[in-house]
Design a protein around this ligand. Structure first.
Ligand code: NAD
Length: 346
């Protein structure tokens, strides 16, 4: 009979709900190989679980959760609960919680694998990063976080593949924020016209599900800084934290970028919010830069991200990854494909 793998999920927001529907069809398609059993699900307010680890039906999980009167388990209790099942377990963290990220080492050490779009664990202190990878080894657990950078785009897997096959990354440059991409593409389009009300466009980006749970985390540049921290670490730089390098905030500086936009326009250019990592000089930075209209960064559309990897092997023509960098379904795809990678190894 098919082996069982237990799944525990924290978070059922924009990404979490899309993930649940992808999980339902994945579980159906995988029936003959593995039996996927949801044994725990929680939001910040509610949870569903039982001492006997009875399966939570995937087709009605959202309504089961909303009518539940159970409170979430405290994190140390959750670690014990999942580890005591005697069945291989994967934790899916669909939150942006730092507390949960801080608890990854405790889960991993007990052999619980993790997949997540949450950036906090990999872009916090360098010590947490080291603790996480040490705990993963110790517990023999698996860990994937593709959607923590560029949503469903294969960014993390690409940099890992480059490094692990012996290539040398020299520079990474790009637009790493779906929100910033959306805002700048509509405010400073290459066609020259545009420029509605900033606050209205920010609200629209939030409505479309592009922004971080708190849009200020996008506008202050911290979200991009976190992604660069993760990539810089995989490229071999010991970046201490996402606040240890220069990051330009756009709160509340609409004026600042309007001035930059006008200056760029005089030179026949457009302004974009970009991040870059120069490996040799160990320089990481995030902020506004001007680009020729013909530059791929200038002609991005919608909420697309673009990430260019300059490496020894690729020479002066970088490996470029481009496409939707935000949105529930594409982000959940990154999480679901990570889960598939874990399942293939359990
Ligand atoms: P959201 O705010 O819609 O949902 C967050 C969910 O997590 C909610 O159900 C909330 O109750 C739950 N939660 C938060 N803190 C919790 C805690 N301490 N304990 C239990 N539950 C908790 O957010 P989202 O847009 O779904 O984003 C989820 C994650 O995906 C975030 O880490 C985000 O950075 C990442 N991400 C999102 C996108 C996107 O386009 N939305 C893209 C890439 C990555």
């Amino acid at each position: 009979s098919a082996r069982q793998v237990n799944i525990a999920i924290i978070g059922a927001g924009g990404v979490g709900k899309c993930f649940l529907s992808q999980l339902e069809s994945l579980a159906a398609r995988r029936q003959n190989k593995q039996k996927l059993v949801l044994t725990y699900i929680a939001t910040s307010k509610k949870a569903v679980y039982s001492d006997s680890y009875s399966p939570i039906a995937l087709d009605s999980v959202v309504s089961t959760l909303s009518s539940s009167s159970q409170a979430p388990l405290a994190l140390p209790k959750l670690v014990d609960y999942l580890a005591a099942s005697g069945t291989k377990t994967v934790l899916v963290d669909n939150t942006s919680s730092q507390d949960i990220a801080d608890a990854y080492p405790s889960f991993l050490r007990r052999g619980i694998s993790i997949v997540t779009p949450n950036k906090k664990a990999f872009s916090g202190s360098y010590k947490l990063w080291q603790d996480i990878f040490a705990a993963k080894e110790e517990g023999g657990a698996l860990l994937y976080h593709e959607a923590s950078c560029g949503a469903g785009l294969p960014v993390i897997s690409t940099i890992k593949d480059l490094v692990e096959t012996g290539d040398e990354v020299t520079k990474i440059e790009g637009v790493f924020s779906g929100t910033m991409s959306f805002l700048f593409n509509s405010f400073a389009p290459t066609s020259g016209s545009g420029g509605g009300k900033w606050s209205a466009e920010v609200a629209k980006a939030k409505e479309l599900g592009y922004t971080e749970p708190d849009p200020r985390d996008d506008l202050n540049g911290l979200d991009v800084a976190r992604k660069l921290t993760i990539l810089a670490r995989y490229a071999g730089l010991e970046v201490e934290s996402p606040t240890s390098f220069p990051v330009q905030s756009l709160i509340p500086k609409e004026l600042e970028w309007r001035r930059s936009k006008a200056e760029a326009a005089k030179e026949g250019k457009v302004v974009r919010f970009v991040g870059s990592i120069d490996v040799a000089s160990k320089q990481v930075k995030v902020g506004l830069e001007k680009f020729d209209l013909s530059h791929p960064i200038a002609s991005l559309k919608g909420s697309d991200n673009i990430i260019s990897f300059y490496t020894k092997r690729y020479g002066s023509n970088p490996l470029i990854i481009q496409g939707a960098g935000a949105g529930g379904d594409v982000t959940a795809m990154g999480v679901t494909s990570d889960l598939l990678k874990v399942l293939a190894q359990l």
